[in-house]
Design a protein around this ligand. Structure first.
Ligand code: HEM
Length: 457
């Protein structure tokens, strides 16, 4: 990562975005620069006791939300060993993306960096920086974001939704999250490798278990230095490593088996690098899409009247997806490091300090979304442009999600198919909460009963 920022300096004079940023910086008089507020903390411990007592890492979004209410849309805090600036103002967020430079950098969880280094693992897009990232991003962006290619796959995407909704789900749903996880991998696999792509069933279950375990252990190392955990071979580290080894081995094996049928020429990549990028695409695709859909189905099941409304106005399905990502974003924070010291909205933002853009807080802020805590798919008919930077479930700028189009089209297809054929009923007895396990997930398994709708004559 340091290498990436070193190379950045070389091109600063050339890149037009950075020239805009220079003139912006110089327009703010020095006496107008404001200090970023910081919560009061204890000597040595800082705010750690309060953070821990408010639920620690699994409730970090609530801790940050409370701090924003107390200190405003921007504040600075140290959580464990991490010093960060938190932002919950769409105007400031927009400026941050204008200042992110040609090779935007985001946070990679430290245990993942240590793992890659320790085991000499070369990894995909999410882990790359600088010119290497740009090259692979362009290559895969052309492939994954191509409207023509996605449209050509549309009929097969519908087949995959029908297989699940009108096939498997004619029986009571036993494990919603697992079904959606497998379906998400099937969607991306068939897009990459062709319609006959099938992930072996047994492997999928092991993969899902291992990915969840590595997320869980990775989150557990947020406050405890992962370097120490690794050096001492603590159980948290060894479980993390064995889950990571196993997940990578399964996907790598599957990718290698399919590489023959894959358009290597079209992408023009060496096999080794191609495998790494594909492995990470699968890992990035599955939990994000399946949890977003899990929340969509839960919201629909707990709002029977809205189910009926959407059957009558099917274009509102997009609003269901947006509401689920606004209320329960899989990524409650976007992360960036700016390539140079900047002044944004009268605040001095030092380069290389972690910026955490609070999507969870902005998504529920009454200023941007009236009755923000409520599920209202119809609100998306009139959400104004000024709220656009308060709702960035796929990120923004050059480093935004490269699987966005595939995810959106497939989530729409699956939800529309469900709503056309079934009534949804929520079976969870207590309120399901949103909690962080590296990504935002339900606090308990979501349980839903589907009952066939009477056939229309
Ligand atoms: C509902 C589903 C999804 C959500 C909410 C989601 C969300 C995100 C977010 C928030 C980011 C970080 C963006 C930023 O920092 O600006 C991201 C990055 C990424 N996503 Fe997704 N994602 C989803 C589905 C997918 C799918 C289906 C794929 C693969 C086909 C995918 C592949 C990636 C990759 C490779 C990156 C890293 C991009 C880079 O660093 O250049 N995602 N995603």
């Amino acid at each position: 990562m340091m290498g990436g920022s070193g190379r950045l300096c070389m091109c600063m004079f050339l890149h037009p975005r950075l020239r805009i940023h220079r003139s912006f910086t110089s327009r703010v008089p020095k006496d107008k620069v404001e200090v970023i507020p910081r919560p009061k903390g204890w000597p040595l411990l800082g705010t750690l006791p309060e953070f821990l007592s408010s639920g620690s890492v699994s409730r970090i979004h609530e801790y940050v939300d409370r701090r924003h209410r107390e200190l405003g849309p921007i504040f600075r805090d140290r959580l464990g060993s991490v010093e960060a600036i938190f932002v919950a103002d769409p105007g400031i967020v927009k400026e941050i993306f204008r200042h992110e430079g040609p090779w935007p950098r985001h946070l990679i969880p430290e245990p993942w960096i240590i793992y890659n280094r320790k085991f000499g693992c070369r990894r995909g897009l999410f882990f790359m920086d600088g010119a290497e990232w740009q090259e692979e991003r362009q290559r895969f962006g052309r492939f994954l974001l191509s409207q023509a290619r996605i449209e050509a796959h549309h009929p097969h995407f519908q087949v995959l939704s029908d297989d699940l909704v009108l096939g498997k789900w004619t029986q009571p749903i036993e494990n919603l999250e697992e079904d959606l996880y497998k379906w998400s991998l099937q969607v991306v696999g068939s897009y990459m490798f062709g319609e006959d792509f099938r992930f072996p069933e047994g492997d999928l279950e092991v993969l899902m278990r291992n990915v969840r375990e590595l997320f869980h252990q990775s989150a557990a190392m947020t406050l405890f230095p992962p370097k120490v955990a690794a050096a001492l071979h603590l159980p948290v580290w060894t479980s993390f490593v064995s889950a990571f080894h196993s997940a990578l081995a399964i996907v790598e094996q599957m990718v290698k088996e399919r590489l023959e049928g894959f358009q290597k020429k079209e992408l023009g990549m060496k096999e080794d690098l191609l495998t790494k990028v594909l492995v990470d695409l699968f890992l990035a695709a599955a939990d994000t899409t399946s949890y977003t859909l899990t929340w969509c189905l839960h919201l629909l099941a707990t709002h029977p009247r809205i189910q009926e409304e959407i059957r009558n106005t099917p274009h509102l399905v997009g609003g269901v997806v947006n509401e689920s990502m606004r209320l329960f974003p899989v990524a409650p924070f976007l992360t960036r490091y700016l390539p140079r010291d900047s002044i944004i909205s009268q605040y001095r933002i030092p380069k290389d300090v972690l910026l955490l853009l609070s999507l969870y807080t902005m998504g529920r802020d009454e200023k941007h979304f009236k009755h923000g805590g409520e599920f209202k798919p119809e609100r998306w008919k009139e959400v104004g442009v000024e709220s656009r930077f308060a709702f960035l479930p796929f990120g923004a700028g050059r480093r935004s999600c490269v699987g966005k189009k595939i995810a959106l089209i497939n989530m729409h297809l699956l939800l529309s198919t469900v709503l056309r054929h079934y009534n949804l009923e929520a079976l969870n007895e207590s309120e399901v909460k949103y909690e962080m396990r590296l990504i935002g997930v339900p606090s308990e398994s979501i349980k839903i009963r589907l009952s066939p709708l009477p056939r229309q004559s």
